[in-house]
Design a protein around this ligand. Structure first.
Ligand code: B12
Length: 211
């Protein structure tokens, strides 16, 4: 995907006001919100690549993330404006313990909610059992676990193992996601699926729950 220069500039320079004005302009110009989010997402991934290559240090990555979050704060209410007037089921979502990456998870939650799911967003750094307890409490059908670090994705496995120990694995569909998640990992831990972006996550959720 080609990232438009301005989006790249806003995120890579951690320019919050430029990121905000691009988001506002996108809304004013009636651009397709998902495509705008894709632009910002690609730009932040590029920041991640620069960090990995040692071109960016943590403070720069953090500034990029702040610019991304500022843009998302403007775009997310727009997603909710198109909220469907229907109830498709209940979803518990969060980022796994030890992991504070919440931009992608929040996006998945917003799009699920706009589609008509009731979403219980537990935030980031969520202990495994908190997902399960919440799902039991609200009678959810789907548990969505985000992990962005290779060191925290083991929590996705632990959650499924704990469901099995409590003899309630079959009560829920489990979707996992985040940059390090592969098809192989989905199979290895016995999750029901994964999606590489929020729009495919919603499609898969509807397919799995047959709603
Ligand atoms: C932004 C960012 C940060 C921000 C996070 C801000 C925040 N509040 O979220 C800050 C600067 C704080 C940060 C910190 C760290 N980060 Co960081 N970070 C990133 C970065 C650049 C982008 C992540 C992001 O927001 N992407 C944009 C969103 C829209 O995309 P997404 O998260 O992938 O989500 C989409 C899909 O994955 C999917 N999805 C996501 N969740 C789910 C869940 C389900 C159920 C489903 C179905 C789908 C789904 O849908 C989403 C929407 O389309 C990534 C690079 C990358 N390639 O991912 C590195 C990255 C994840 N970080 C990395 C690292 C190492 C760290 C730190 C450990 C650095 C450090 N030394 O301290 C810390 C971790 C702290 C912690 N304990 O969590 C590494 C991880 C390497 C690894 N293999 O584990 C990466 C890959 C960078 C790199 N290339 O080195 N980070």
């Amino acid at each position: 995907m080609i990232i438009e220069k301005e989006y790249k500039e806003a995120i890579l320079n951690g320019n919050i006001s430029l990121a905000e004005s691009l988001a506002k302009k996108a809304i004013d110009d009636n651009l397709e919100i998902n495509l705008v989010i894709d632009q910002f997402s690609e730009a932040i991934r590029e920041a991640g690549d620069l960090f990995e290559e040692g071109e960016f240090f943590l403070p720069e990555l953090m500034r990029s993330a702040e610019a991304m979050k500022a843009a998302m704060a403007i775009l997310e209410p727009k997603i909710m404006e198109s909220k469907e007037d229907r109830f498709l089921g209940k979803i518990v979502i969060g980022t796994i313990e030890g992991d504070i990456h919440d931009i992608g998870k929040t996006l998945v939650a917003a799009i699920m909610s706009a589609e008509g799911f009731e979403v219980f967003d537990l935030g980031a750094d969520v202990p495994v059992d908190k997902f399960i307890d919440k799902a039991e409490e609200v009678g959810a059908q789907l548990i969505c676990i985000s992990a962005l670090l290779t060191t925290t994705m083991v929590g996705q496995k632990r959650l499924i193992d704990n469901l099995k120990k409590r003899n309630i694995r079959d009560k829920y569909k489990i979707l996992i996601g985040g940059a390090p998640v592969s098809r192989k990992w989905v199979e290895e831990i016995g999750a029901d699926g994964s999606a590489e972006n929020a729009v495919s996550a919603v499609k898969l959720a509807r397919k799995l729950l047959e709603v």
